[in-house]
Design a protein around this ligand. Structure first.
Ligand SMILES: Cc1cc2nc3c(=O)[nH]c(=O)nc-3n(C[C@H](O)[C@H](O)[C@H](O)COP(=O)(O)O)c2cc1C
Length: 388
């Protein structure tokens, strides 16, 4: 049953973990590093999940994997997304995260649509093998339980419309002791195209007793409230909607306190001057964590998201896209008109990757013939970083 507008969840409970607002930053490979998580957390309460790391990479001591497991000094709730297809590796990786990294939350990725991942039966293809999914979840939960660390899973509706997996995945998650399930309302075949199916989120809420987190197409705080009202989800997971707009977490925290202004936050929209301050802060945090050269390089990908809809000229945008020092960044940002108002037309519009649907999802030979897969060993690389 959808909840009434007056019954917005005040927070989120994942096992022993209490989050003050029912909002999760979606794990995004190449985006949700320590600097970005800190930037978002400065805006408001929420659960800020680290970029996905692979179980094998962690267990085998892969340097790149270890380098990604960096936390900001103010990050008191360490939350990490793990990828893995082998129950033993996933269990060992969960143990390492709890014992050596002091994490407070582990999320498992079963939603990645990237062909090189699904071709091996990983990511969004894996929940088709119900038995194997259960084994992976049970190993992770068993490893994290002694540390009282909740394990959640994140998945999609299924491989395609004819091969849906999310309701079974919800049941298996619940039976395995998983603390919550996040559902991105698209199939693997859809990748990021079309509209997220919030009815599927509502169906999953009806199907399981554990908290369901709704994910897909939250572009404004009002979308998050609408999703929760329409689906009865216990909380929301926000991905592309925060790209170049970390202040959405401030709006979300306000909205879930039941204090959303009637103008839908228009009065608090940042001017270009406020956006450039946010850009500067983001770049500064990246440089603190990665050093100035790598930090500036990482920052480049965010420039077009921050400036989307603003009047900044092509030449300036190009220069910002090549920025290599904080001093250059300051000089370039000073050329922007700080009084320019936020481009209202951007509100509610999609940002980040959208792409087109896949004709056919790449799967291992004969993958669909059997729905169990218990005890099977899938090929998995240590350095898989393609995300979800
Ligand atoms: C750049 C990018 C990287 C992503 N990486 C991951 C990832 O590592 N793990 C994951 O579960 N999902 C990943 N996703 C998917 C998001 O977490 C989210 O499920 C998806 O974007 C839908 O939510 P949205 O409509 O709020 O963006 C990624 C998405 C984007 C755009």
């Amino acid at each position: 049953m959808p909840t009434s507008p007056t019954a917005l969840p005040a927070g989120l409970t994942l096992g022993s973990l209490r989050v003050d607002t029912p909002v999760v930053l979606a794990p995004m490979a190449g985006i949700t590093n320590a600097a970005y998580r800190r930037l978002c957390a400065e805006q408001g309460a929420g659960l800020y999940v680290c970029e996905m790391i692979t179980s094998r990479g962690l267990v085998e001591g892969d340097q790149h994997t270890r380098d990604m497991l960096v936390f900001d000094e103010l990050e008191t709730t360490r939350s990490v997304q793990l990828y893995g297809t082998d129950p033993v590796y996933v269990g060992k990786a969960a143990e390492i995260l709890c014992a050596e990294y002091g994490v407070a939350h582990i999320d498992l990725n079963f939603g990645c649509p990237v062909p090189k991942v699904t071709r091996k039966g990983g990511g969004g293809a894996l929940p088709w093998k119900r038995g194997l999914l259960g084994e992976i979840l049970e190993h992770a939960v068993a490893a994290a339980a002694p540390y009282d660390v909740p394990v959640t899973m994140k998945t999609r509706k299924g491989i395609d419309d004819d091969h849906l997996t999310y309701l079974d995945a919800g049941r298996i998650a619940q039976e395995s002791g998983v603390a919550a399930i996040a559902l991105h309302g698209r199939t693997v075949a859809q990748a990021y195209s079309g509209a997220a199916d919030w009815d599927a989120i509502a169906a999953l809420v009806d199907h399981v007793d554990i908290p369901v987190l709704g994910n897909g197409d939250i572009w404004e705080a009002s979308d998050a409230v609408r999703m929760v009202e329409q689906t009865g989800a216990a909380g929301v997971v926000v991905g592309r909607g925060c790209l170049g707009r970390p202040w959405i977490f401030r709006d979300l925290a306000t909205a879930f306190r039941g204090e959303a202004p009637v103008d839908g936050f228009r009065a608090t929209l940042p001017t270009l001057g406020e956006v450039t301050s946010m850009m500067r802060r983001h770049a500064e945090l990246l440089c603190q964590h990665l050093g100035e050269e790598r930090g500036c390089k990482e920052f480049r990908k965010h420039v077009s998201w921050y400036l989307k809809g603003f009047a900044a000229g092509g030449e300036l945008r190009r220069s910002l896209g090549l920025v290599d020092t904080l001093a250059t960044l300051d000089r370039l940002l000073a050329d922007l008109d700080p009084t320019e108002p936020f481009p209202i037309a951007e509100l509610g519009s999609p940002r980040g990757r959208q792409g087109s649907p896949r004709g056919r999802v790449a799967l291992p030979e004969g993958w669909l013939d059997d729905t169990d897969g218990s005890g099977s060993h899938l090929q998995e690389e240590a350095g898989e970083t393609t995300g979800g």
